[in-house]
Structure formats: structure tokens, C-alpha cells
Design a protein around this ligand. Structure first.
Ligand SMILES: [Zn+2]
Length: 361
């Protein structure tokens, strides 16, 4: 076999006038063309589409060595953040969490997550990045928070992730949870970029490293967090549906606890993942809180998010949900105004999608 394929002969010049090619795929010229620079770029709203597209060009069956793969994936990108992103996305595309072949370690999850974190670390090393594998406890899918009257369990370890130096800043990422999720017994390959872009504080709500220095939370910011504070933290509201794809941030969701006390006013607040994301009506759906048959829209607040204050009579029970209006009269409801929504309740056909749920007590 030749080491490289022979260069094909040049195509003959066409004898007719070819139409001007149309560059459908040409990306819009903007600051992203210069790549990611941590001083002026925001990891939350920077588009990594070009990095993800590149990473998808190297399916696992074509890979001959980890070293070569690391080079192929990262060579086009000058920024460490983009190099790390290419590895993160490749793992999502190519590595399947397979509980069937890891029965003995399924309960701990360590071997499978350890595989993602270990592979990320080796790829990163060959790509010239500084990266460490971190082990500790993860609150994975289906994790049930402890109640305050339960004893504090001993510290345990069941998960692995990575700590990576990206353009001058140490960051945490979870390639295993970024690749997909285990729901019950079924694994779903679903990309979760939030595990690439989380801040250390957000990351720490569901990850507790055995070595506290990997929390990346300084003493001024209240770090390091203790095992007791981490493991006994009350359960937050249940986030589902399009909450993440609509770019909302779980960490700033209010009320922050799963349980809501009836018999008083309750303030609901939601925020996008970063301040650069549009709050304009034209770019958003109507977000509303549903309690029983009552639907209350959230309105843009002065702090950069959406809010609603709702009186919940004592004794009201059941679920409270946050939803977005997806369709009105069969059409996409993006850009619908709050006023039109209010006037349309009970008059027009509307469809909505759930985003978050609390329980009234
Ligand atoms: Zn941003």
C-alpha cells in the first residue's frame, strides 16, 4: 500500500461558462472567525459549530492512534478552548456509555465515566493541553437528594471528569455527561454542552472531587465546599424539556428548591445562560407558570431575566410548572407578546412545552 494516495490529474478546463458558485455554507463574517479568546469571548454564547463539525470528521473506525487523533482533531484551532471542545465533542460522537458490558461497575459508574475522563486526558496530552482526570462523587440522573433529617452519609466516589487549562483559565468539564445520559437502564446519546461551559460553582452542585483543590473555588468565594454542604443540599426544581436548549441557567432558577410552600406570594425568576443572550420578545417564547388551571406569564425584569410574582392560596397542592408557548393557532409561537398571550388564553388554540417543575407543600 502506498503511504499516501497519488494526486489525481487536474480536471480538464470546462468549455462552457460555469455559473458562479454560491457559497451556502460560508459562515457569516464576525468576530468568531478569529477563534476563541478568553478576554473577549464568552464560552456560553460563542459558537463552537465549526469545531463540532470538524470533530465529526474523524469517526472512531477510521482512527489509527490516539496521538494522531489528538492532532487531527485539534490542529486547525489556535485556541485551547477550541482544542478542548473538539475532544469533548468527539467523545460525544464516538464513545457510547455501555452499561451492558460494565454490569459490575454500573452501580458505581466509575469504570464507564472513568473511560471518558481517561480518554479525554490522553487526547488532551497529545494535543498539548494541560488536563487532569478528577475523581469524586457525581449526582447523576435520578439522584435523589437527602432530606435534612437524614444522617450525613460518609464521603464516597462514583464518578470521574476533567480539569483543563483553557486559554489561561482552569475549567472543569464532564465528557461522560456531555456525551449522553443514562435514564433508568437506557443510555441516550444526547449532547449536553452545559458540561463544557459550566462555571466551577455550577459544576460543583453535582460534582464533589475527592481532592478539594479541584473544586476551583477560592476561599474568597466560599470554597472549598464541604462534603456535608454538597451532599445535604436540598433538591432543586426538576429541569426538563427545552430548558437547556432554550439557554436557561439552572443555577439562577428561583425558587431554588423543589418544594414550594403554599399560603403566600411566590417569586419565580429565570435567566439565560449569559447576559449576551437576547431577551427581546422577537427572539423568545412566552414563558409562563402553570398552577392548576391558572397560567401566569413571566415578564422581563430589571435584572436581566424574567419574573412573575404569584399568590398561592394555602392548601393548594400538586405541581407548579414553568412552560413555554410553542404554538398558537398551529403556528410557531416564537415572538408572541405577553399581551397577546393573555388575550388568547381560552380563545385560541395553544400548545406548550414543559421546562421545569416544583411541588407545592
Ligand atoms: Zn455570552
Amino acid at each position: 500500500m502506498p503511504a499516501r494516495l497519488p494526486t489525481p490529474p487536474p480536471e480538464p478546463e470546462p468549455e462552457y461558462d460555469e455559473p458562479e458558485p454560491e457559497y451556502y455554507d460560508e459562515p457569516e463574517a464576525d468576530s468568531n472567525d478569529e477563534g476563541y479568546q478568553s478576554e473577549d469571548a464568552c464560552i456560553r454564547c460563542h459558537s463552537f459549530a465549526h469545531v463540532d463539525e470538524h470533530a465529526a470528521l474523524f469517526p472512531r473506525h477510521t482512527v489509527t492512534s490516539i496521538r494522531q487523533l489528538a492532532r487531527d482533531l485539534t490542529a486547525p484551532f489556535p485556541s485551547e478552548t477550541e482544542k478542548a471542545r473538539a475532544l469533548f465533542f468527539w467523545l460525544h460522537c464516538n464513545i457510547t456509555y455501555d452499561p451492558a458490558t460494565a454490569e459490575s461497575t454500573l452501580r458505581s459508574g466509575l469504570a464507564v465515566c472513568d473511560g471518558y475522563a481517561g480518554m479525554f486526558a490522553s487526547l488532551a496530552e497529545f494535543a498539548g493541553l494541560q488536563a487532569h482526570k478528577v475523581t469524586g462523587h457525581g449526582k447523576g440522573y435520578g439522584y435523589a437528594a437527602r432530606t435534612a433529617d437524614e444522617p450525613v452519609p460518609p464521603e464516597s466516589s462514583n464518578h470521574a471528569w476533567n480539569c483543563v487549562l483553557m486559554d489561561g483559565e482552569w475549567r472543569l468539564l464532564d465528557a461522560c455527561w456531555g456525551a449522553g445520559a443514562l435514564m433508568g437502564d437506557a443510555y441516550t446519546q444526547r449532547f449536553a454542552p452545559v458540561w463544557f461551559t459550566s462555571t466551577p460553582a455550577e459544576f460543583g452542585r453535582r460534582h464533589f472531587p475527592t481532592d478539594p483543590s479541584y473544586q476551583l473555588i477560592s476561599d474568597e468565594d466560599g470554597g472549598p465546599v464541604s462534603w456535608e454542604d454538597y451532599i445535604m443540599a436540598p433538591e432543586g426544581p426538576t429541569v426538563y424539556g427545552d430548558f437547556h436548549t432554550l439557554d436557561f441557567l439552572q443555577d439562577l432558577l428561583q425558587p431554588a428548591t423543589q418544594a414550594i410552600q403554599s399560603g403566600g406570594w411566590v417569586s419565580f425568576h429565570i435567566f439565560k445562560m449569559c447576559e449576551h443572550m437576547s431577551r427581546a420578545e422577537a427572539d423568545n417564547y412566552v414563558y409562563f407558570i402553570s398552577i392548576g388551571d391558572t397560567k401566569t406569564p413571566l415578564e422581563v425584569n430589571s435584572e436581566g431575566g424574567w419574573s412573575a410574582n404569584i399568590y398561592v392560596p394555602r392548601g393548594t397542592s400538586g405541581d407548579v410548572s414553568l412552560n413555554h408557548v410553542t404554538k398558537i393557532d398551529g403556528r410557531d409561537a416564537k415572538g408572541l407578546s405577553v399581551q397577546v398571550f393573555k388575550n388568547s388564553i381560552g380563545r385560541k388554540s395553544m400548545a406548550w412545552g414543559g421546562m421545569c417543575k416544583w411541588t407545592l407543600i
